[in-house]
Design a protein around this ligand. Structure first.
Ligand code: SF4
Length: 282
């Protein structure tokens, strides 16, 4: 959508010491040559990490060959490459086609080229007609622990209307509480610094939305958990739209606060994009 202007944004973010990443469906990688040319411009502007999304829904519009061209070009330029194959129970997309493609085979195994499947979920506000079913194995509510949100506090998103969001989750445009402020007339740094402390974000980072809802259920035994959810952003949306759950978290915050902060400090011992930005500004 931004065309060549995107490279200016990569360059600017990179100049501020940020780790620059992007997510794309790879529509621009029509041939190996055009993929290479596009990735050269992006790498020159500071892009170091790219996620390429494909799957049945994407492939209706963008041939998966382009994903393969883009992955190979980005990899050869030294980027960290993630190929995300959107998945659901009845998908007709054969992910092995990507794994077996020559350009991928020649570059794997290598930790810089990661291929993984992730659950394709409905639009937060009901846009779209696809009926998506998922395997019970993909559910987020299960006995083994699921991780907290690794994006909040580390990824920032500027939406097309110039709102700065605290993560890059699918439903970000539908969760006002995850928006930190407008960058129309302020820098990202200013908006981040002015954002109020938000304990819910800390909990999301440390525990994840599923554990938060299970915490709610301790106080409301008949609380109905969205056990069919297969993606943490689905549960995050559920949490943010449920005033009952938000009230319980708020009312019982004191009981878990010190433990959550302790876990948060431990998790934040590694540098994040926010830290890098503060360092570059200082
Ligand atoms: S779980 Fe919530 S905070 Fe984390 S990426 Fe998804 S929407 Fe954002």
């Amino acid at each position: 959508m931004l065309g060549r202007e995107l490279d200016d944004h990569f360059r600017r973010a990179s100049k501020h010491g940020l780790k620059v990443s992007t997510t794309t469906n790879g529509y621009w990688a029509v041939t190996e040559k055009s993929a290479r040319e596009r990735m050269e411009r992006a790498a020159d502007a500071g892009l170091g990490d790219i996620t390429l999304s494909t799957g049945e829904m994407h492939a209706k519009f963008v041939p998966p060959e382009r994903i393969v061209h883009a992955a190979a070009a980005a990899f050869d330029l030294g980027m960290q490459v993630h190929v995300a194959i959107e998945d659901f129970a009845d998908t007709t997309f054969d992910w092995r086609w990507i794994v077996d493609a020559r350009e991928i085979r020649e570059r794997t195994p290598d930790p810089r080229l990661e291929l993984f499947r992730r659950s394709w979920i409905p639009h937060a506000d009901g846009v779209g007609r696809a009926v998506l079913r998922h395997s019970a194995d993909d559910r987020r509510f299960r006995p083994d622990p699921v991780p907290g949100c690794g994006f909040i506090f580390d990824d920032l998103t500027v939406t097309p209307d110039l709102s700065l969001a605290a993560c890059c989750g699918y439903p970000i445009e539908s969760i006002p509480d995850l928006h930190l402020g407008s960058v129309a007339n302020k820098t990202i740094q200013e908006v981040v610094e002015e954002a109020p402390d938000d304990f819910l974000k800390v909990m999301l980072h440390v525990a994840g939305p599923e554990l938060i809802l299970e915490f709610v259920k301790r106080f409301i035994p008949n609380y109905v958990l969205p056990v069919e959810n297969v993606h943490m952003c689905q549960t995050c949306l559920h949490l943010h739209r449920d005033p009952v759950a938000l009230t319980i978290v708020n009312e019982h915050r004191a009981e878990i606060e010190s433990r959550i902060w302790e876990l948060f400090d431990r998790k934040r011992a590694r540098p994040t994009n926010h830290d890098r930005m503060a360092g570059a500004a200082g």
